[in-house]
Design a protein around this ligand. Structure first.
Ligand code: FES
Length: 148
């Protein structure tokens, strides 16, 4: 949760014209399945203190988009598990800490990353999916270890 309460409500995000590619210095991120898209000038987003700076968790927190992060973004859980559907070439390589943690993640895919550790290193277009069961677990109050 943001401490300064300045994150916009994700239901009132500024419109992004998806018919045009982003400008050269812009990062465009779409979070599926809700299809919420945000844009910002690369490397100018204020650090929210959740996960690594410019990680997808940092973006989500800055824009009021829900991405669970039970450990606070230190690669000690898997609740920020995301699938990278577009833009992998502009992202940081996964470090051993992230890879070891991902091995424990339910529903692991080749495009799996931890949202708190996966850093946007270049302007461009990114699409990530937040697995539905991540949200279900929060809504249903179930322990993460029970996910298949
Ligand atoms: S928030 Fe716990 S590993 Fe990313």
């Amino acid at each position: 949760m943001k401490s300064d309460m300045s994150a916009p409500d994700s239901n009132s995000l500024p419109e992004v014209d998806l018919s045009k590619p982003p400008a050269d210095n812009i990062v465009r991120v779409t979070f599926e399945p809700e299809n919420k898209t945000v844009e910002f000038v690369f490397d100018t987003m204020p650090y929210d203190g959740h996960g690594l700076p410019n990680s997808f968790l940092d973006v989500a927190e800055n824009y009021g988009i829900f991405l669970d992060h039970a450990c606070g973004g230190v690669s000690a859980c898997t609740t920020c598990h995301i699938f990278v559907k577009k833009g992998a070439e502009g992202l940081s390589e996964a470090e051993d800490l992230e890879l070891d943690r991902l091995d424990l993640a339910p529903g692991l895919q080749l495009n799996s990353r931890l949202g708190c550790q996966c850093v946007i290193e270049k302007p461009g277009t990114y699409v990530v999916e937040i697995p539905a069961w991540n949200k279900n677990y929060v809504q249903e109050g179930k322990p993460v270890t029970g996910v298949k």
